[in-house]
Design a protein around this ligand. Structure first.
Ligand SMILES: Cc1cc2nc3c(=O)[nH]c(=O)nc-3n(C[C@H](O)[C@H](O)[C@H](O)COP(=O)(O)O)c2cc1C
Length: 290
């Protein structure tokens, strides 16, 4: 049975490409919304030549049995605070997050794997379009694998900086002192490669399962991950290795329906780590009350 969310989306306008695709189908049109990029299925990264999808291999993007059944309703439950407690917690949390920085220099000190598991658990609490949970957190601690990741990223970044990035982009980056070299990818004890599942599978992997707003969903999950990292005093770097996605996906043995969304080296900051002296917009500049 369609959820209320799906019904609302089904009744809204959708993109011409997606409309055509729905009309071409002999089956009842799938629920389509504006978030589904009609070009996405054609992406060469998703279905690479010569790569056959193993229909027997279960992965995290497969819908589990019973998920299609209508869900029962349970009472909403949340913790409650007095207004003064609320104010204190809101202040403390804002202060905690205001100290979050993207760190590019890591200590090699290992991180407790149970902490990493709990950070991913927190990230997995994210909302997602029609509860499709389109994320996979690939946590790499293997030294050889980290070295390969660095090699792949640096190889592309060297070309990115030399040829692919515009002069304006490079000028904007200059103040952050980033370059094609990524030593943090081997220094950090963990590299979390956040994969976005472009689509999932219905039970049995006979049929693709549409993922709605997967970019937004995965990005919200990433935000929760960053907050969870900050909450335990570790640090990470939100990074987007341009053009390295397909090679990284293959290296990590992830299925073709997944795309690299973010590369998040994770660990303790190096004792002498430095960050650009940035300022943030004051709340008055980012908040509008109507
Ligand atoms: C979507 C996104 C992509 C980013 N990509 C990179 C990247 O590829 N390399 C990098 O060094 N930093 C990257 N950053 C980090 C930004 O440079 C950083 O967030 C910004 O300078 C603000 O600094 P702060 O995170 O310390 O507040 C990225 C951040 C975001 C949100």
């Amino acid at each position: 049975a369609a959820t209320a969310e799906a019904e609302i989306k089904a009744s809204s306008d959708f993109k011409a490409g997606a409309t055509k695709r729905a009309q071409a189908s002999a089956r009842p049109p799938p629920v389509v919304d504006e978030s589904v990029d009609p070009e996405e299925d054609d992406d060469e990264d998703e279905e690479e030549a010569g790569e056959s999808e193993d229909k027997t291999d279960k992965d995290s993007s497969e819908q589990s049995a019973g998920e299609e059944a209508e869900l029962s309703l349970v009472p909403y439950s949340n913790v409650a605070y007095s207004e003064s407690e609320m104010l204190k917690r809101a202040t403390d949390f804002a202060n905690l997050l205001s100290r979050r920085r993207s760190c590019r220099q890591f200590s090699e000190r290992p991180v407790d794997p149970e902490v990493v598991r709990l950070l991913v658990t927190a990230a997995g609490s994210s909302p997602s379009g029609a509860h499709t949970e389109p994320w996979t957190y690939v946590c790499v601690t293997n030294e050889l694998m980290k070295r390969r990741i660095r090699e792949i990223v640096e190889e592309e970044e060297e070309i990115n900086y030399a040829r692919r990035m515009s002069a304006e982009w490079k000028a904007d980056l200059a103040k952050l002192r980033t370059s094609w070299e990524k030593p943090y990818l081997t220094e950090a004890p963990v590299i979390v490669v956040l994969m976005r599942q472009v689509h999932g599978w219905r039970s049995g992997r006979e049929e693709k399962r549409q993922h709605y707003y997967s970019e937004i969903s995965v990005s919200i999950s990433a935000g929760l991950f960053l907050a969870a990292v900050q909450n335990v005093g570790l640090c990470t770097l939100t990074s987007t290795p341009m053009n390295a996605g397909p090679a990284l996906r293959r290296l990590l043995g992830r299925p073709p329906n997944e795309k690299v969304h973010l590369l998040l080296p994770l660990g303790y900051a190096a004792h002498n780590a430095q960050v650009p002296n940035l300022t943030r917009k004051p709340v008055e500049k980012i908040m509008v009350n109507i």
